[in-house]
Design a protein around this ligand. Structure first.
Ligand code: SF4
Ligand code: SF4
Length: 435
């Protein structure tokens, strides 16, 4: 049984700014060059399987690793490899990239074939070949997430369709435009992982998606669509597991240890598509929005396209942006400029004009307790800050700072504009075992 929305954890009400709700994703033209990173996932980077001068086709495998924790890399274009070089990607690391000069033909590789899947091991192999990583932002390799020693350990699949970050609407578009593939992916996971119950958690500011998925699953008692109160951060793993099916993921646990697999809704639809077509993960749909963007829209872009090319497809900038973000405003990563290539787990590019980027001065804590009331993990951020200043490791452990999901609710709620998330991140490092 779901908890029917009765158990809700704290959070903050943020302006939704879902300006692109009605924007059906548009496929951008193939750029002249793409820069495909060999490290778009958690774990070991891929080794290049191509060299300068090689011709490549769409969907061709161009990078892989022997490491278990890694994800394969495929070409998003047809063309000629111009270089294998290093560059800083939007995840902030300097990684190897395969630079491909495109030929505009977009010839599909002969390697692209629907996988033959008859059992759980075939399913895991298919996920590995697809290059899928968590598309909600984490970049966790899918074949690792779904690889369980004991299938009996998990009885529930939670589909994370909350999309609680302001501005971003790509998951909503998945639900409205690709629900057939979403249910195909869900049924495959249920079949091969022997999962009885599926909950799809959706914030209640997406009534059209709730209605559609409810209608399409009406005859399937194993699938339940659970509306969640539209309050950030309903899409955090620990929050959505609790609010959809009452599962508690404890400190240091992964979801499967609490009996649940959690998958982003767009990842699940991709599984359905991959099982149908065999086309690996070579494009990404992202929301391009913010007050500095001329034509906000949802864009289907080839992996490796630069943000510069993507912004040009959206009409360019209205004015020089004062702030660029990869991802949403609550948990996104600030970017220096638009010369970064798109990677698999980018789901938004936001650009804000100067008038919309206020400057805040940090002032003294006034002990108002708003940070505590806002925290979905029921932590005490003001006390954590004090313990951090004292470098009190025992107190930081007692205050359970490792449970912090870095959602930013405390900092958002704080009238003194304390940098509480930064403090929490540094506190976690302080108490981490030294290597
Ligand atoms: S302490 Fe961590 S989990 Fe709690 S509101 Fe702040 S960032 Fe979120
Ligand atoms: S919200 Fe800010 S000012 Fe209020 S108690 Fe927390 S840290 Fe202090």
């Amino acid at each position: 049984m779901s908890n029917n929305g009765k158990k809700t954890l704290p959070g903050v009400h943020v302006p939704h700014h879902k300006n692109t709700n009605d924007c059906v994703p548009q496929v951008m033209p193939v750029p002249d060059k793409v820069y495909i990173s060999l490290h778009m996932h958690m774990g070991a980077p891929c080794d290049p399987l191509v060299k300068k001068g090689d011709t490549v086709k769409v969907g061709q495998l161009i990078g892989s690793s022997q490491a278990f924790m890694s994800a394969r890399t495929h070409s998003s274009v047809s063309g000629t490899v111009e270089a294998i070089t290093s560059m800083t990607t939007s995840i902030g690391a300097v990684d190897q990239v395969v630079v491909i000069a495109t030929d505009g033909k977009q010839e599909i590789s002969e390697e692209v074939q629907p996988p033959v899947v008859n059992n759980y091991q075939d399913f895991l192999e298919a996920l590995k070949c697809s290059g899928l990583v968590g598309l909600g932002g984490a970049g966790f390799p899918a074949h690792v997430k779904f690889n369980l020693k004991d299938l009996n350990a998990v009885d529930t699949l939670v589909i994370n369709a909350a999309e609680c970050e302001p501005y971003i609407t790509t998951d909503l578009r998945t639900m409205l435009d690709k629900s057939d593939m979403l249910f195909k992916g869900i049924k495959a996971v249920q079949k091969y992982m022997e999962i009885n119950k599926v909950y799809i958690g959706i914030e209640d500011n997406k009534p059209q998606a709730i209605e559609k998925l409810r209608q399409e699953s009406a005859n399937d008692p194993t699938i339940e669509v659970v509306p969640l109160k539209a309050m950030y951060p309903k899409g955090a793993e620990k929050v959505i597991a609790y609010e959809t099916c009452g599962k508690v993921i404890k400190e240091g646990q992964l979801p499967f240890q609490a009996g649940v697999i959690i998958s982003n809704v767009t990842s699940m639809a991709f599984i359905g598509e991959y099982l149908t077509t065999g086309m690996p993960l070579i494009t990404k749909t992202l929301t391009v929005d913010g007050s500095a963007i001329k034509e906000p829209k949802n864009v289907v872009a080839p992996i490796g396209a630069t943000f510069k090319d993507i912004v040009e497809f959206c009409g360019g900038f209205k004015e020089e942006p004062a702030k660029l973000l990869m991802g949403g405003p609550m948990m996104g990563t600030p970017l220096y400029d638009v010369n970064y290539p798109l990677v698999k787990n980018n789901n938004a590019l936001l650009a804000f004009a100067k008038a919309d980027v206020p400057h805040y001065e940090e002032t003294a804590c006034i002990r108002c307790g708003r940070c505590v009331r806002a925290c979905p993990m029921r932590l005490m951020p003001s006390l954590i800050e004090t313990a951090f200043k004292m470098k009190d490791i025992n107190e930081l452990k007692a205050l359970k700072v490792n449970l912090c999901i870095e959602c930013g609710c405390c900092a958002y709620a704080c009238p003194a504009k304390r940098q509480l998330v930064v403090v929490n991140k540094l506190s976690k490092r302080l108490i981490a075992p030294k290597k």
